[in-house]
Design a protein. Sequence first.
Length: 115
Amino acid sequence: MRLEPAYPEVGRPYLRADSKLQVLSQLEIEPGPEDPAPGSNRLRWWTRSQRIRTEGETPFELALLETSPPPLYQQVAPRAAVLKSLGIRTSRIASELGVDEKTVRRALGWVCHPP
């Protein structure tokens, strides 16, 4: 048995199993009421060509009226990043911004790796 890549015109590529023993050709499939004729394609690969959009995925906008201000480290982050790019030490940046060094380090980490 070996796996061969298949690239359909519609849908994602997939792996097709190929073996010397053709199991599907050994099966006798009788057409059911939903199958109009023998040789139906119900055993073939099927992919949905378009996503179904539900009401939960419908985009909408709303105004947030009562929001809390961002934390202090986020407020000082842009200025701390500028001062750090000038080569100023974190202790000096902290004294310039009126915060402690831990807040400056947290602000610089947030600027470099935002959530």
